[in-house]
Write a protein that binds this ligand. Structure first.
Ligand code: TMP
Ligand code: ASP
Length: 238
C-alpha cells in the first residue's frame, strides 16, 4: 500500500503513532526504549523495536487467521507497522494462565499455580494512578466501557488466549500471562490493538524454563535482547 506518513499523534513509553494520508490508518513505530515501574527504570536496547514489531506482527497474523479482529495491516519497514486507526479503551486486559508477577504480591496464590480456566483481570491504564485493578462496576462508573462491552472484551480475550497459548506451546513457549489493549475501529467494532510482544507477555521456555521476556529487564538481569531474539526465532521458524 502506498502510504505517506504524517505527524506524530501519540507517543507512549515504547511506541510512537503517526497519522497517514489515509484518515483511518496509522503507522505504529516500535522504539528501542524499554521501561519498567511506570517508566521509572529506563534503557534503550538496540533492535528491541525491530524484534517487538516482527513478533507482534506474527502473533496478530495468527489471531487474524482465527477470525480475531486486530488493527494490524502490514509491516511496512523495520519496526514500522501499518495499522487501522483505533480509538483506544484505557483498559489493560491481563490474562493469567500461571501465577506470577504482581498477582503473587497481591494474593496468596502459590508460585507457578496453574489457572484453568485462566484469570482475566482488567486494570485502568492510568500511570498517575499506577494502573489500579478494576471491577465491572468501577469500569462502568468511570465510563470506560458498558457491561456488554466488558463481556465482549472478556470473550474475545479468552479466544485470544486459547489461540496464542496453543500456537506458542507448539513453538516451545509457555504463555504464562499477557496484557492486551483494545480500541474501537471506524465501524465501532472492538478490535485488538497495541502489541503482543515480550514487553507485554510472560514467555517461559517449555524445555529449559528460561524467562524469555521483559521480566529479565524488570529484575535487572542480563540477556534481555538475546531472549527477545530467541522468541522471534522460535515463533517465526516455520
Ligand atoms: P504483572 O504480573 O506485573 O501484573 O503483569 C501481568 C502481565 O502484564 C505480564 O505479562 C506483563 C504485562 N504488563 C504490561 O504489559 N505492562 C505493564 O505495565 C505491566 C505492569 C505488566
Ligand atoms: N510498562 C510499564 C512501564 O513501562 C511497566 C512494566 O511493563 O513493568 O513502566
Amino acid at each position: 500500500m502506498n502510504i505517506k506518513v504524517g505527524k506524530l499523534i501519540y507517543s507512549g513509553k515504547a511506541k510512537d503513532v503517526y497519522e497517514t494520508d489515509h484518515s483511518d490508518k496509522v503507522v505504529v513505530k516500535f522504539r528501542d526504549d524499554i521501561t519498567a515501574g511506570d517508566g521509572e527504570k529506563k534503557d534503550s536496547l538496540q533492535l528491541k523495536g525491530y524484534y517487538n514489531s516482527i513478533i507482534s506482527s506474527k502473533l496478530f497474523e495468527v489471531l487474524e487467521a482465527e477470525g480475531i479482529k486486530t488493527q494490524f495491516i502490514e509491516l511496512i519497514k523495520s519496526g514500522e507497522m501499518l495499522s487501522n486507526k483505533l480509538e483506544m479503551i484505557p483498559l489493560e486486559v491481563i490474562t493469567r494462565n500461571v501465577a506470577a508477577g504482581s498477582l503473587l504480591r497481591k494474593f496468596p496464590f502459590e508460585d507457578k499455580q496453574v489457572f484453568e480456566p485462566p484469570i482475566i483481570q482488567m486494570d485502568y491504564k492510568n500511570d498517575a494512578f499506577h494502573d489500579p485493578m478494576l471491577n465491572d462496576d468501577i469500569s462502568i462508573a468511570l465510563n470506560l466501557a458498558t457491561k456488554e462491552e466488558l463481556d465482549s472484551i472478556r470473550e474475545i480475550t479468552l479466544k485470544i488466549n486459547k489461540t496464542l497459548k496453543e500456537f506458542l506451546a507448539n513453538k516451545g513457549i509457555n504463555l504464562v500471562d499477557f496484557k492486551i489493549e483494545f480500541g474501537y475501529d471506524k465501524n465501532q467494532n472492538i478490535v485488538l490493538g497495541d502489541e503482543v510482544s515480550p514487553d507485554t507477555c510472560r514467555y517461559w521456555d517449555i524445555e529449559t524454563c528460561d524467562v524469555l521476556d521483559k521480566d529479565l529487564f524488570r529484575k535487572g538481569e542480563c540477556g534481555v535482547m538475546d531472549a527477545y531474539k530467541k522468541v522471534a526465532s522460535m515463533i517465526l521458524d516455520p
